[in-house]
Design a protein around this ligand. Structure first.
Ligand code: AMP
Length: 305
């Protein structure tokens, strides 16, 4: 099944209590597509970079079977740049720099070869840009997952509410769910958000795992308790990529497969945080992923006689 992932392809500079990087490759679409590539052999990116982007980083995506035909390279322009610094608890971070550069007037191009897409991940970008992608697809994909953040709730709420009506799954974190719904209880927040358009809602709770809501059903998965979280950058995007990549692989949308997809997404995210940037998720093996998923199963399964 083919899967389109739209989002930022970027340079990041990251500072954590464990160290500091210069500009390294990052971006929501980079993390999500790498994660998805472990499940789906037909992943296609839509994004934009400047001429400062390195061919070797595009080659890495291609080596994972990721189609970059929809990745525009803008001559004479600079790639999106983001810099963040994590606090000691690794749960909170300060954004130090956001240079939109090529993202400022990003006009997503969907090559003809992308038109048969059945799964679509609308990564965290302006809701208007996300809508443009939907308008440019001749057929509605079988499943549309949308990721967004508090920034868009602050500056483009009306557009975001319009976009929400068009998607099947929304992934946001707990704070964002509270902001979007105006409810503190995540159960009440989910009930409200499920009336805004998406049929499924995933609330990410960082080191406390994730919740899946659909109609009256709720599923909870933990995050893997890790002795050391090295760099949480991209964990949410990696989660989303693993989630939709798994669904594209099994190609049947139901609550049970969504539950499994959340566990696979969480497993991929648990690798992501073990090293800086994309380092850990660029060369995973199937055995490592299977073993990690088993750890998740063991972590939360029990029998009551
Ligand atoms: P996450 O840690 O899941 O929030 O994702 C981090 C990634 O998102 C980094 O690699 C950044 O390049 C990218 N990013 C940060 N801010 C933005 C933004 N405003 N728009 C698009 N991508 C962003």
């Amino acid at each position: 099944m083919s899967l389109i992932i739209i989002g930022s392809v970027a340079f990041d500079a990251i500072e954590t209590p464990f160290g500091k990087t210069d500009k390294i490759v990052g971006g929501a679409a980079t993390y999500a597509s790498l994660a998805a590539s472990y499940f789906c052999k037909n992943v296609k990116i839509v994004g934009v970079v400047g001429e400062d982007f390195h061919q070797k980083d595009i080659d890495t995506l291609n080596q994972h079977g990721i189609d970059t035909t929809g990745l525009q390279i803008k001559a004479g322009e600079k790639s999106f740049f983001w810099s963040g610094k994590y606090h000691n608890d690794m749960n909170s971070r300060d954004t130090l720099v956001t240079e939109l550069n090529v993202l400022a007037d990003f006009d997503p191009i969907l090559p003809e070869s992308y038109q048969d897409c059945e799964y679509l991940m609308l990564g965290n970008l302006a809701p208007q840009t996300q809508q443009t992608v939907l308008k440019r697809l001749k057929n509605r994909p079988k499943l549309i997952v949308l990721d967004t953040m508090n920034f868009w709730m602050d500056v483009a709420l009306t557009d975001l509410l319009e976009t929400l009506k068009l998607v099947d799954v929304l992934t946001i974190n707990d704070e964002e769910a509270r902001q979007l719904s105006g409810e503190y209880s995540l159960v009440k927040a989910a009930r409200k958000i499920l009336t805004m358009g998406p049929k499924y809602l995933i609330i990410k709770k960082g080191e406390h795992g994730a919740l899946l809501f659909h109609e009256d059903q709720i599923f909870s998965t933990p995050a893997l308790p890790l002795a050391e979280v090295f760099d949480p950058t991209g964990a949410g995007d990696t989660f989303a990529g693993g989630f939709i990549g798994y669904l594209a692989k099994v190609n049947t949308i139901n609550f049970n497969n969504m539950k499994n997809a959340i566990v696979f997404g969480s497993a991929l995210a648990s690798f992501c945080v073990e090293k800086f940037g994309t380092e850990r998720i660029i060369n995973l093996t199937e055995e490592e992923i299977a073993a990690r998923v088993k750890e998740f199963v063991n972590l939360s399964s029990f029998n009551i006689a």
